[in-house]
Design a binder for this molecule. Structure first.
Ligand code: ATP
Ligand code: MG
Length: 451
């Protein structure tokens, strides 16, 4: 078959970056679908999916996905990132790519097999670690504004810099991001959050002005106010530092999200007190309440992951508070009860939250933290409060006093829980049962069945 074909884009880039990649994109100057059919015939067990409407075909083989597409030329209108597409040459196809490092191609035909086509000096940009658009950046970003986020995401992932002209064009075109769907924006944001050092991406988002548009609540954390010579820390830089810290310990997207938004309500709760200086009372509660709206706006799922973020934001000060007072069993028990299985993540977050530069302070925190952890372990082994199940159930209560579901059942249940958490009774059936009988008596109930 004598149709020109090239491997292009991310796969070629990743060869030079020495990064593994599983998706191969092949551009055919002709029909991508026909080429895919012909290649499939030569393979043992090919899995071919054809997308007629897009003129593409996907071949799955071993662990690889190979996509075949005809070379295309694109022209854009101002209200959409979906271009008008027509057949084109390889050159047209490379012209429409977002960055020089993504516009590399390698020949696959007999006459040019293995030959690199690098029309925009992409290899040099890989060497110098630069993100740059192949054509006029203003047009490139205005045509498809998602590319602005891709630029920042690649810079963050690869530890590259964005070329000055390209960066200025992002600043200029930032408002255009509004034509991009929230899902795509969040997709890129999540990729930035998942990089090794996410603060780099967030600084670019802030400096370009994009953050203000796509995540205004976070952008609002930026800034330092001074009253009577007293200033507070910049909560934007603090938050992305905490995100970096947690990222050294965990690859969990939702724990990383928690780190990013743990102080999100500081602007709303900020007060200056003559005696104590700056305070942010209740920011953990208000912040936790802000999470569902942020998730809604970002089109993130409203599921148990969101609840996890909410819970950890609400609890994020608790382990630190424990280090400041004497660490009582009952305070530890309450924390274990509320954090449940997420106690380790909460502790990780608390450690990450320490961004002080003062070595004495850090030392003191760390010492106390060791104590807290030890105490948690002891209480946990003794009281088994993680995933706590009441040792006396609502059914037990109803049966004992021969009553239907009512207010008193709730009162007795929570009294038992509180007594256990306060350490007044042990976390076992026997003590809880005895306590229930006493409580029932107090409430004027009579015992009808003894078990
Ligand atoms: P990754 O797979 O890590 O997200 P990638 O560069 O492979 O990175 P893909 O979305 O898989 O990204 O796209 C493959 C190629 O298609 C890119 O390398 C680039 O050449 C081109 N491309 C993708 N999205 C765009 C875009 N919005 N504008 C221009 N070219 C794009
Ligand atoms: Mg890819």
């Amino acid at each position: 078959m004598n149709v020109p074909a090239y491997v292009v884009g991310g796969y070629v880039r990743d060869i030079f970056l020495k990064r593994p990649s599983e998706d191969i994109d092949i551009v055919v100057v002709g029909s991508g679908i026909e080429m895919a059919n012909n290649v499939a015939k030569k393979l043992d067990d090919p899995k071919l999916s054809v997308f007629k409407n897009f003129g593409t075909a996907m071949l799955r083989c071993d662990n690889m996905e190979i996509e075949f597409v005809g070379a295309r030329k694109e022209s854009y209108r101002s209200d959409s990132r979906k271009p008008v597409v027509e057949n084109g040459t390889l050159e047209d196809d490379l012209n429409r790519r977002d960055f020089t490092i993504n516009a590399l191609a390698i020949g696959l035909n007999k006459n040019n097999f293995g030959k690199l086509i690098d029309s925009f000096n992409g290899i040099l940009d890989i060497e110098y670690k630069v993100i740059r658009t192949p054509l006029n950046p203003d047009t490139t970003f205005s045509d498809d504004p998602l590319r602005m986020l891709r630029a920042i995401r690649f810079a963050a992932q690869l530890n590259f810099e964005i070329d000055e002209k390209s960066f200025n064009a992002i600043c200029k075109n930032k408002e255009r991001i509004s034509i991009i769907s929230k899902e795509r924006i969040t997709d890129e944001l999540n990729k930035i959050i998942m990089t090794k050092k996410p603060s780099a991406g967030f600084k670019l988002l802030l400096d370009s002005g994009l953050l203000e548009i796509i995540f205004p609540q976070l952008a609002k954390l930026k800034g330092i106010e001074t009253v009577e010579g007293k200033k507070h820390k910049d909560n934007f830089y603090h938050s992305i530092q905490v995100l970096d810290n947690i990222s050294e310990k965990s690859d969990d997207l939702w724990l990383r999200w928690t780190a990013l938004v743990h102080d999100i309500a500081k602007p709303q709760t900020k007060k200056f007190d003559e005696k104590t200086g700056w305070t942010f009372h209740g920011h953990e509660v208000v912040g936790s309440r802000m999470v569902p709206q942020i998730f809604r706006e970002m089109k993130l799922p409203a599921n148990e992951k969101m609840k996890y973020v909410q819970k950890l934001v609400a609890l994020h000060l608790r382990p630190i508070a424990l280090t400041e007072e004497t660490i009582t069993d009952s305070a530890v028990r309450r924390l274990l009860f509320e954090a449940g299985n997420d106690i380790e993540d909460l502790l990780m977050l608390s450690v990450a939250d320490i961004t002080s530069k003062n070595p004495e302070k850090i030392k003191a925190y760390n010492k106390n933290f060791k104590l807290v952890k030890k105490k948690i372990k002891e209480v946990e082994e003794k009281d088994k409060l993680r995933n706590w199940q009441p040792p006396v159930t609502g059914n037990d209560i109803m049966k004992t006093f021969d009553i239907k579901p009512c207010y008193e059942v709730g009162v007795i249940k929570s009294a038992i829980r509180e007594a256990i958490l306060d350490g007044k009774i042990g976390n076992n059936h026997e003590e809880a049962y005895k306590f229930m009988l006493e409580k029932g008596k107090e409430l004027g109930l009579t015992v009808k069945n003894i078990s």
